[in-house]
Ligand binder design. Structure first.
Ligand SMILES: Nc1ncnc2c1ncn2[C@@H]1O[C@H](COP(=O)(O)OP(=O)(O)OP(=O)(O)O)[C@@H](O)[C@H]1O
Length: 308
């Protein structure tokens, strides 16, 4: 049973009028993993997540969460999952601490609310009505409410949007601890560093479909080449360097004394460049291998134009 995915989405379609917000999306989330769902604005991330949470009914396809149908079996599923929505779902006059205690009481073995309040730096606003909390405090409270019941699976929709760097770190630490405790986490984010730091698996969604999936490492490794940069004296004979390198390599002097070598950057290439430098009396004062970042990959796959 534990080998079945925590989330399995097959051929999901969700339309709003004539427009398909989600258009045949396939997703499988392994139990205990942390999956980051990335995509441009309007790609269909929230719609997909809200369908998994049982808030939206698919127009076609199937969704199984912990083996259950989130719409027809929601009573069984709800106590086992935690949900952090982008906004809403909270009575604006309720006080922060009361809300968290109330949510905790709905679960058999909750995390002690005071602990979460302290961990997420909400100590000073326990008696503040929800509507008077700052945006970042509301976010943190929503995260606390999503995890207080020790869910098996937690959905976090843009958990660190609008947070200051300290709150962002506190959120990351909490998310890492959940993962260490075996909680499956699915989060959406626009922060590539967040996905790189936290995720076991990254899913890139565009136009309502998954267009790429893999570990951050796999996604950054595939496709375009890496580069090696070094600095030395200006005007080096790059034709001679290219003769020493594999035929599909390229080399350029970007600014006087700053060089870039592109191609298959591996230990052999690094050794060839440094030995060529030694033979030509060049002491590189800075040499670095530059890998593509997740943001480079994201922009390559989804393009650079703004989405409406
Ligand atoms: N209730 C709705 N009625 C009509 N259209 C909707 C509704 N909810 C979402 N959409 C549309 O569906 C598309 C997908 O929206 P969704 O919120 O799932 O995208 P997203 O990837 O989460 O975007 P963002 O990164 O901006 O949060 C968008 O074009 C959006 O305008």
């Amino acid at each position: 049973m534990q080998s079945t995915p925590a989330v399995e989405v097959v051929g999901l379609v969700k339309r709003y009028g004539a427009k398909a917000a989600v258009d045949g999306l396939e997703l499988s989330v392994a139990r205990g993993s942390l999956t980051a769902v990335l995509g441009p604005n309007g790609a269909g991330k929230t719609t997909t997540i809200e369908t998994c949470e049982g808030y939206r009914r698919p127009d076609a396809g199937t969704v199984r969460v912990l083996g259950l149908d989130p719409v027809t079996q929601s009573a069984q599923l709800r106590p086992r999952i935690g949900v952090m929505l982008q906004s809403g779902g909270v009575y604006p006059g309720a006080r922060a601490e009361e809300m968290l205690r109330h949510t905790a009481k709905l679960h058999a073995d909750p995390i002690y609310p005071a602990l979460l309040i302290e961990r997420l730096g909400l100590g000073s606003c326990g008696r503040t009505p929800y509507r008077r909390l700052s945006g970042g405090q509301q976010q943190r409270l929503a995260l606390a409410m999503a995890v207080v019941g020790r869910p098996e699976l937690v959905f976090l929709d843009e958990p660190t949007a609008g947070l200051d760097p300290q709150a962002r770190r506190a959120t990351w630490d909490l998310v890492r601890e959940l993962r260490a405790d075996g909680v499956t986490t699915v989060l959406t984010t626009h922060f590539m560093d967040e996905a790189e730091q936290l995720a076991d698996d990254v899913v890139i969604v565009d136009g309502g479909k998954v267009i790429a999936q893999g570990t951050p490492e796999e996604l950054c490794r595939g496709g375009a080449e890496d580069t090696l940069r070094f600095s030395g004296r200006p005007g080096l004979d790059l034709l001679s360097l290219l003769k020493a390198l594999p035929s599909d390599s390229a080399a350029a002097e970007l600014t006087p004394g700053n060089y870039r070598v592109a191609g298959k950057v591996d230990p052999q290439m690094l050794a060839t460049v440094t030995s060529w430098c030694a033979q030509h009396g060049v002491l590189p004062d800075r040499i670095a291998v530059e890998r593509r970042t997740l943001e480079d990959v994201f922009l390559e796959l989804t393009g650079k134009e703004l989405r409406s």
